[in-house]
Design a protein around this ligand. Structure first.
Ligand code: TPP
Ligand code: MG
Length: 332
C-alpha cells in the first residue's frame, strides 16, 4: 500500500471537507429549486471514497457507482464546477446538462456513472474490467453498490462470471444500513453482506468505513490482487449516511440519536484529530483550508448560476439515430 503520509492526511481533510460542503450547497440550492429531480447526498460516507482513491492508480483505474455519485467524479479529477453545472442542468455540465444528479459521467476521467437502476452498474463494472483484461491493460475497476443492491440477481450473475473469468474488479458494497427507508435487517436473513462472496469463492471481507485508513488498507489489498491477475474481491464497507435517502425523505425509520452516534465517528473529524495530534498543520493552516474550501464551493455555484441552459435543439442530439432507419426523425 502507498504510505499514508502527512500530505495524504492533509489532502484527505481538504477533499472530504470540500465534498461535504459541496453537497451541503447542493441541498441548499435544491430547496431553492435550482436543482431539480432526485438528489441523493453522500454526507457521512466520504471515508469510503477518500480511502479508495488512495488505493487506486488514478492514471488508469476506473470507477462506477449508483446514483449517490456527485463527489466520486470530483475525486477522479473531474472539474467540480462542471459537476455542479450538470446538477443545475446547464450546458457547461459534464453531460451538457442532459444527465443531471444521477448521471454524472466522464470517460476522460474514467468515471463511468452514475446509475439509477439499483444494481444496474454491477454487471457494467465487470464489463469494464473484462474490457481491460481483454485489451491486456493492467487497470482495475472499482464497482460500488449499496446494501439494497446486493439482493439483485445481477450481482449474483456477475459474481459468478467475474470469478470464472478472474476479472480485475473490486466490488464494494457501501453498507449505510438502509435502502431508502428499509434497514438491512428487514430484508436479509444474514446481515453479514460480505459473506455473499463466499458462495462464489471470491475473496471477501467486512471493513470499517468511517475512517479512510481502514478503507485504504483493504481496498489497496484488493486492487493489488486484481492488478496482479488474482481476480475480483468483494468488500462490505460499513458506513452511514447522515442525510435522508434523497431530499424527500422524512426519515421516520431511524432516530435522531442514531444519526448523532455516527457523527461522533465522523470521517472528517477523525482525520482532523490525527492532523492536530501529530501537528501536521497549525490552527491557522486548518482555518485557511476551511476558507479555501468555502471559496471553491462558491466558485462552483457561481459557475453553474452563470452558465446557460442547453439549447432546445440539443434535445435530440444525444438520442440514438440509425442512418438506415429513416422513419424516426430525431433532429429538429
Ligand atoms: C431496480 C430498482 N428497484 C428499485 C428502485 C428504487 N430505489 C431507488 S434507490 C433504492 C434503495 C437502494 O438502496 P441502497 O442500494 O442501499 O443504496 P443507498 O441509497 O443506501 O446508497 C431503491 C429501492 C430502483 N431505482 N431500481
Ligand atoms: Mg444503503
Amino acid at each position: 500500500m502507498k504510505k499514508i503520509t502527512k500530505e495524504v492526511y492533509l489532502n484527505w481533510y481538504k477533499d472530504m471537507l470540500f465534498w461535504r460542503k459541496f453537497e451541503d450547497k447542493l441541498a441548499a440550492v435544491y430547496i431553492q429549486q435550482k436543482v431539480r429531480g432526485f438528489l441523493h447526498l453522500y454526507n457521512g460516507q466520504e471515508a469510503v471514497l477518500a480511502g479508495s482513491l488512495h488505493a487506486m492508480d488514478l492514471t488508469k483505474d476506473k470507477m462506477i457507482t449508483a446514483y449517490r455519485n456527485h463527489v466520486q467524479p470530483i475525486g477522479m479529477g473531474v472539474d467540480p464546477k462542471r459537476v455542479m453545472a450538470e446538477l443545475y442542468g446547464k450546458v457547461t455540465g459534464t453531460s451538457q446538462g442532459m444527465g443531471g444528479s444521477m448521471h454524472i459521467f466522464s470517460k476522460e476521467h474514467r468515471f463511468y456513472g452514475g446509475h439509477g437502476i439499483v444494481g444496474g452498474q454491477i454487471p457494467l463494472g465487470a464489463g469494464l474490467a473484462f474490457g481491460d483484461k481483454y485489451a491486456g491493460n493492467d487497470a482495475v475497476t472499482l464497482c460500488y453498490m449499496g446494501d439494497g443492491a446486493v439482493r439483485q440477481g445481477s450481482l449474483h450473475e456477475t459474481f459468478n462470471l467475474a470469478m470464472l473469468w478472474q476479472l480485475p474488479v473490486v466490488f464494494i458494497c457501501e453498507n449505510n444500513g438502509y435502502a431508502m427507508g428499509t434497514s438491512v435487517a428487514r430484508t436479509s436473513h444474514s446481515t453479514e453482506i460480505w459473506k455473499l462472496g463466499l458462495g462464489y469463492e471470491m475473496p471477501c471481507k467486512a471493513v470499517e468505513g468511517m475512517n479512510p485508513v481502514t478503507v485504504a488498507e483493504e481496498v489497496s489489498k484488493a486492487v493489488e490482487r486484481a492488478r496482479s491477475g488474482g481476480g475480483p474481491t468483494f468488500l462490505e464497507i460499513k458506513t452511514y449516511r447522515y442525510r435522508g435517502h434523497s431530499m424527500s425523505d422524512a426519515q421516520h425509520y431511524r432516530t435522531k440519536a442514531e444519526v448523532e452516534e455516527y457523527k461522533k465517528i465522523d470521517p472528517i473529524t477523525q482525520v482532523l484529530e490525527v492532523i492536530k495530534d501529530k501537528k501536521y498543520a497549525t490552527e491557522d493552516e486548518i482555518a485557511e483550508m476551511g476558507k479555501e474550501v468555502k471559496r471553491m464551493v462558491k466558485e462552483c455555484e457561481e459557475f453553474a448560476e452563470n452558465s446557460d441552459y442547453p439549447p432546445v435543439s440539443q434535445l435530440y442530439d444525444m438520442v440514438y439515430e440509425q442512418k438506415d432507419y429513416p422513419f424516426v426523425q430525431h433532429k429538429l
